[in-house]
Design a protein around this ligand. Structure first.
Ligand SMILES: C[S@@+](CC[C@H](N)C(=O)[O-])C[C@H]1O[C@@H](n2cnc3c(N)ncnc32)[C@H](O)[C@@H]1O
Length: 206
């Protein structure tokens, strides 16, 4: 049990027993989706060439899971609080030399195509809103839940090496059929978990 007194006011402990994370109120608190994806990443074969990139790092559970295995990871997020949060947790956990965090949209700051891209995107359908605060951007995937996912899929030919892979978590509530969106690629299921109102699936796209 992590000591709540060790945290600034309004912050929570999140993450896993192996990687306890300090999470401020304006950053996505790792949930069932985060834990399912990070469980897959503990055994996923890592690429021999090309950077490993996490898109939408939030508090950093996925990037830190890979770094704890010895990988170097470039992590991106549009939320500046998430960038600071991952930097803080990487330092606390002694993994900061393997994590480079960038505030940017999707893959836009990436200097070269990746060997592996990992993403737990905003995937829930939502009503259109005028203003979106940084925290709602963590889950709000637009009208059918697939707005940010489709933007990421459109970047794959440029953002992935020829043998590169995307490992992506989606909900059964997300209005996306990956195989139909990417007929030229191979899509397979790495893990699936039923929950009260949705089913979470981790896909590999090669
Ligand atoms: C569901 S949260 C996942 C956080 C973390 N990866 C995890 O597994 O717990 C989605 C994250 O994507 C970030 N995000 C949303 N749109 C983005 C974009 N266009 N580019 C980069 N990050 C984005 C959000 O700020 C949020 O931190």
């Amino acid at each position: 049990m992590q000591d709540p007194a060790a945290l600034p006011q309004g912050w929570h402990w999140g993450g896993s027993a192996q990687l306890p994370l300090q999470v401020p109120p304006d950053v996505y608190l790792p949930a069932e989706d985060s834990l399912l994806l990070s469980a897959v990443l503990t055994t996923l074969p890592l690429p021999a060439v090309g950077p490993i990139v996490e898109v939408g790092c939030g508090a950093g559970l996925q990037a830190l899971t890979l770094a704890a295995r010895g990988a170097s990871v470039v992590a991106t997020d549009t939320n500046p609080a998430a960038v600071r949060c991952l930097q803080r947790n990487a330092l606390r956990l002694g993994l900061s030399d393997r994590i480079h965090v960038v505030r940017c949209d999707l893959l836009s700051a990436l200097a070269e195509p990746a060997g592996l891209i990992v993403c737990n995107p905003p995937y829930l359908p939502s009503e259109p809103q005028e203003q979106k605060d940084p925290l709602s951007r963590a889950w709000d995937g637009g009208v059918d839940g697939g707005t940010q996912v489709r933007r990421l899929l459109a970047e794959l030919d440029r953002g992935l090496r020829p043998q590169g892979r995307l490992v992506l978590l989606l909900s059964s509530l997300t209005g996306i059929d990956l195989a139909a969106e990417l007929p030229q690629r191979t899509v397979r299921v790495l893990a699936r978990e039923p929950h009260f109102f949705e089913r979470l699936t981790v896909y590999e796209v090669a």
